[in-house]
Design a protein around this ligand. Structure first.
Ligand code: PLP
Length: 423
């Protein structure tokens, strides 16, 4: 499979190149040039478990570049498809080490990096919470890779900080005295800094990397292979990477109706699909904070893929925005009526799915459950009065020692640190 940038579709690159560079040189996002037809292959997946499906898909898409058993090493955890009520099923994606779906993309990316590298590389990444923990967990102990994670001091929860700042070995965390935007700007500056470019091999692992996106298609295909009735997918969305992975699977022949994207109050895409134009703006803080995105970076990729299918996005994608008040009410209602806890992100999806079904746009919905409710104790407490248990993989996290290095938000401090430590 070859990949092209959204901004220069005439110059295809290999998976290895797309993965190692992250962003294309023209600042566009990579997406698959080829549209394989995998419907017959997918028809054989009905009785297969997730790992076998992931292996089949890896072989079908990337067999010339990656070892067939890569998914076996990347995924010591699996998605689970469980009924929520008569019309909604949850695809639980939070049984990995950091209890959110980002573990799937990060783990596959880390294995692929390890299989491609024979010289040391430094992965620089800025995080506002979830991405950093998934990356740290996935790359921990991997050979030839050093990971440097920048996070805003005081800008993430204690639990999130413990999840990224307590690693040792090849994971280094920098607590930056600035905002998340400052962290992101610093990472960008490093990639164009001549002194760093000359001495170090830098790479990125952020959510726009195609190496994180592709494996996310596997759990959609897994869910679709187990469904006996017609259904559509509902995807709680922020940067729209997860949704894009589902659209790819659908393009390759996965049997599913339509896609419904649920957002929080950051409703740039729902407004666009209502015909009101695409108007990115600053993000608004909500209870579903991993979806607080005002300028969804994958939108450009989504549009390029839709164009390849010669169909307007609105033909197969609907979107709904859910308010903070509705998020709390939905968590409360499912807890009270069914004794089920939903994380704030999953709650946006479940409410959007209910409305979509009430409008008779679908008879059954598979809603992606993107995180374990135990990761959001304050919001769950506020909505239900109950305190959820921490995810089992995180039980002892609060007792661990923090190792992060405090640093001011300026390029010269960061440059000096990187050069001293890694040359
Ligand atoms: C990242 C994240 C999302 C949003 O996913 P996108 O791919 O950015 O749309 C939703 N829920 C949780 C829990 C997340 O961590």
């Amino acid at each position: 499979m070859q990949f092209v940038s959204t901004r220069s579709p005439a110059s295809p690159v290999s998976f290895r190149e797309a993965l190692l560079s992250g962003l294309a040189p023209d600042k566009g996002l990579y997406y698959p040039l080829d549209i394989p037809s995998l419907k017959p292959r997918m028809a054989t997946f009905r009785d297969m478990d997730f790992i076998h499906i992931a292996e089949e898909m890896t072989a079908a898409l990337l067999g010339d570049e990656l070892p067939a058993d890569l998914p076996r090493h990347a995924f010591p955890f699996s998605p689970r498809l469980v009924p929520l009520n008569a019309q909604i099923s949850l695809l639980e994606l939070f049984h990995g080490p950091t209890a959110a779906f980002k573990d799937f993309g990060a783990s596959f990316l880390a294995q692929a990096f390890a299989s491609f590298l024979n010289e040391p590389v430094i992965i620089l990444t800025a995080t506002s919470g979830d991405t950093g923990s998934a990356v740290a967990s996935a790359f921990y102990g991997k050979e030839n890779v050093q990971v440097v994670i920048l996070y805003p001091s005081g800008g993430i929860s204690r639990l999130q900080e413990q999840q990224i700042a307590t690693y040792d070995d090849n994971i280094t965390t920098l607590e930056i005295q600035g905002s998340f935007d400052d962290c992101q700007a610093l990472v960008k500056q490093c990639f164009i800094d001549p002194a760093l470019q000359q001495s170090l091999r830098l790479s990125s692992a952020n959510s726009i990397n195609i190496g994180r996106l592709l494996p996310q298609s596997f759990y959609y295909i897994f869910a679709a292979s187990k469904m006996e009735e017609e259904f559509s997918f509902c995807v709680p969305s922020g940067n729209f990477g997860n949704l894009t992975a589902g659209i790819l699977a659908w393009q390759w022949g996965m049997q599913a109706g339509k896609f419904l994207a649920a957002t929080n109050a950051n409703d740039v895409v729902p407004l666009f699909l209502e015909g009101k134009g695409f108007h990115p703006r600053s993000s608004i803080q909500t209870y579903a904070n991993a979806m607080d995105v005002g300028n969804p970076s994958n939108f450009e990729r989504l549009e390029a893929i839709a164009k390849g299918m010669r169909r307007p996005l609105a033909h197969f994608l609907h979107a709904m925005a859910i308010s903070d008040k509705e998020i709390l009410e939905t968590i409360h209602r499912y807890h009270q009526e069914r004794g089920v806890l939903l994380c704030p992100h999953t709650a946006t999806g479940v409410l959007a799915a209910e409305r979509y079904i009430a409008r008779k746009d679908a008879t059954h919905i598979v809603c992606l459950a993107t995180a374990d409710p135990g990761k959001f104790p304050e919001t769950i407490q506020k909505a239900t009065g109950a305190t959820p248990a921490l995810p089992s993989s995180m039980q002892h996290i609060m007792e661990k020692e923090k190792h992060s290095i405090l640093m001011s938000a300026d390029l010269s401090s960061l440059r000096q640190f990187l050069l001293q430590r890694y040359t």
